[in-house]
Ligand binder design. Structure first.
Ligand code: ZN
Length: 204
């Protein structure tokens, strides 16, 4: 007697780390997809149609999630975000003014180091200054939505302070601060408030 049938076999497409909504923390995951197989004596022998969509499975709790769950930043990524956003904000503002100004540059390096990137230096700053403007804007907008408003305001504040190191804000610096504020998802009122506080403090 020949016993035949079909069953679903799951394949792992990729692996990585994600924020598991089930465990509530950073966990390893497998991105998987099922495929129907024709079986002979319970052994899958012929692949048939794909069975259902892809899903993400947590290695710890084995919960299965829609792959959109991978868009949520992990706790580790979230911890790096303020420093990363700060770098980008500072680079945007610096290059809208005199980015060769030694005082502004060394202040920028110090601020980023203090924010949690001890290895940041002049060459890393040059690399940030050389990145395409639009690419930086997209990256900032994506990261900004994960941060609290206070954190986003303090990033803009730091960028404004650096723009003010070499004297009063130029029109171009002011425009860039507004654009960076918008990328940080701050309102016009918040941007104006943050920039004017930085101005008062600098005396320019
Ligand atoms: Zn889990």
């Amino acid at each position: 007697m020949i016993i035949f049938g079909w069953r679903v076999v799951f394949f792992t497409l990729t692996r990585g780390t994600f924020h598991c909504p089930g465990c509530g923390g950073d966990r390893e995951y497998r991105r998987r997809q099922g495929r129907n197989f024709f079986t002979l004596f319970f052994v899958p022998v012929i692949p048939l149609m794909k069975a259902g969509g892809e899903f993400v499975e947590c290695d710890a709790c084995h919960g299965r999630w829609n792959p959109a769950v991978l868009d949520v930043p992990t706790t580790a990524q979230l911890a790096q975000m303020p420093a990363m956003l700060l770098r980008l904000a500072i680079a945007q503002v610096l290059r809208s003014g005199d980015y060769t100004n030694a005082a502004a540059r060394s202040r920028a390096v110090v601020v980023v180091r203090q924010a949690g990137e001890p290895g940041y230096d002049e060459s890393a700053l040059n690399a940030d200054l050389g990145r395409p403007f639009d690419e930086v804007r997209v990256e900032m907008a994506r990261a900004a939505s994960a941060l609290a408003p206070e954190a986003r305001e303090s990033i803009l504040r730091a960028a404004a302070e650096i723009a003010l190191v070499d004297g009063p804000l130029t029109v171009s610096e002011e425009e860039t601060l507004s654009a960076v504020g918008a990328d940080l998802e701050l309102t016009r009122v918040q941007v104006t408030g943050v920039v004017s506080m930085a101005r008062q403090e600098s005396g320019h």
